[in-house]
Design a protein. Structure first.
Length: 199
């Protein structure tokens, strides 16, 4: 029996690539935006997309890369460090308003970091993942499901997302280190969006 025109199932690298394209488009829109409220809205969308995307990768995709892809541990190690840098800037941006004079510069740096990270994922990690023989269609299903759940949740306090992975014993330490770093820089001006970090 012919298969007809049933659409081939998407593999997880294609699924993540779509997210990458979406964020890239949002950064492009930000570069063209002039209006403060439009910028604020775009930053919110960028933070949401990046938060959900990173979480899906860390929970659903990176463990498979680590366990099944060649050089998986190194690739994931590097990717997680990049996620941390990205989340640090995201946390700063989450406390800024559209009129903040550092907003454009921070979004530009975030965009550069994300571009670099995406390039490495697509050129190296995804290639090795495809070569690994892992079931990438099943992984795409899991990623899709997790993304839908996360998209339905409110964006959490960005401080919380600075804690990466399952570093159980040092849960607080990481945040403290980043906070210490933060105090050496200019204090965030607008804190209206910041939620209190749980004690
Ligand atoms: Fe990533
Ligand atoms: Fe990614």
């Amino acid at each position: 029996m012919p298969r007809g025109k049933a659409k081939a199932a998407m593999d997880v690298t294609e699924f993540l690539h779509e997210d990458h394209m979406k964020v890239s488009e949002l950064f492009f829109q930000f570069s063209k935006a002039e209006d403060e409220s439009e910028k604020e809205d775009l930053v919110k969308q960028i933070l949401t997309e990046l938060h959900v995307h990173a979480k899906v990768e860390e929970e659903v995709v990176y463990p498979t890369v680590e366990n099944e892809a060649e050089e998986g541990e190194e690739l994931v190690g590097e990717a997680e460090v990049e996620h941390k840098m990205i989340k640090y800037l995201m946390a700063e941006l989450s406390q800024m308003s559209g009129e903040d004079e550092e907003l454009d510069a921070k979004v530009t740096v975030l965009c550069e970091l994300v571009k670099h990270h995406v390039r490495e994922e697509e050129k190296e990690m995804f290639k090795k993942l495809r070569e690994s023989g892992a079931d990438l269609e099943d992984l795409a299903e899991q990623a899709k499901e997790r993304k839908e759940e996360l998209m339905a949740e409110p964006l959490p306090s960005m401080n919380a997302t600075l804690e990466i992975g399952e570093e159980e014993e040092e849960e607080g330490e990481e945040v403290e280190q980043i906070k210490a770093l933060d105090t050496k820089r200019a204090p965030a001006r607008k804190r209206s969006n910041a939620r209190k970090r749980s004690a």
